[in-house]
Design a protein around this ligand. Structure first.
Ligand SMILES: [Zn+2]
Ligand SMILES: [Zn+2]
Length: 167
């Protein structure tokens, strides 16, 4: 079984690095896929943002027989009803997740990439049924700001890790 990764308006370097991170943290092999999105799907002209739910719903229709999970990594800004923005959205215990790198950017590539790993791992954690966790450093800590993203690690605490399936 593979974790599928699809990129939209993100650098190939980043996509490959995220794939390596998934393999390192979850142990599953990663497959890169190309899925076309209908132009301006979920785009709100007034907000100049994409509605995360629409992107997630669209990707949710995609399924491969060897697919354990699928993550869509987006270069553009996303929002949800009632929120100015979201870093990501996923189906709890489902197969699909979306992450926006837009607000995670930093001039220092290492910092930027680390943030993306954390948000991808966090959303994938939700697809494996994990809820938010308050243990220091655990990637399942809720983060709504860069400060909170930077404060946590990219790995799961022991308790969360026990719930994750092993390849
Ligand atoms: Zn969360
Ligand atoms: Zn935890």
């Amino acid at each position: 079984m593979f974790i599928y990764l699809v990129g939209y308006a993100v650098e190939k370097r980043l996509l490959i690095a995220v794939g390596k991170n998934i393999k390192e943290v979850f142990g599953f092999d990663v497959r890169f896929s190309h899925i076309n999105l209908p132009p301006s799907l979920g785009y709100d002209v007034q907000r100049k943002q994409y509605r995360a739910r629409d992107l997630l719903n669209y990707l949710s229709r995609i399924y491969y027989p060897d697919m354990l999970k699928l993550v869509g990594l987006f270069g553009f800004d996303m929002y949800e009803e009632g929120l100015n923005f979201v870093f990501g959205l996923s189906q709890l215990g489902g197969r699909h997740a979306v992450v926006s790198v837009y607000r995670l950017f930093d001039k220092r590539e290492k910092v930027f990439f680390e943030r993306v790993y954390k948000e991808v791992n966090h959303e994938l954690g939700h697809t494996f049924g994990l809820l938010h966790c308050k243990r220091p450093g655990c990637v399942m800590n809720f983060s709504n700001s860069l400060l909170e993203v930077d404060a946590k690690g990219k790995f799961f605490c022991e308790k969360c890790n026990k719930i994750l399936p092993k390849p």
